[in-house]
Unconditional design. Sequence first.
Length: 142
Amino acid sequence: MAAWTTLCTFDNYVTAHIIKSRLEVEGIICTLRDEHTIVMQWAWANALGGIKLDVPPEQYELAKHILSEIDSEVEADRQTIGFEEDTAQLNPDNRICTHCGSKNTKNLEYSKRASFLSWIMLGFPIPLKTDKWHCFHCGENF
């Protein structure tokens, strides 16, 4: 049996599972490699190269085509002006995204990088506050 080919990598297991499920619906056999290690030890994500989505070599081109369709759908959604979203369930203190105008945002309270560096240097993480926000509609940080 030939070795499987890596189609793409992810730093987020939720996104990896969504893409994997979409490919499986289209009939592509695929698997996630290094998922559990990265979920349990997020600090190793860069060293391992992220969560890898692997497909058989004979299905690689079809999977790549489907992935490009998914990317174009996402890009079309990002470009949508005046999209409708249910803001009743969102926290009223959420900031409005400077990129797309959505209120579906989350405060990234602590800097993962600073915590990781303090963990490496001192042996324990020091949580440092940050004023960054993440938009779930367009995926941008602001």
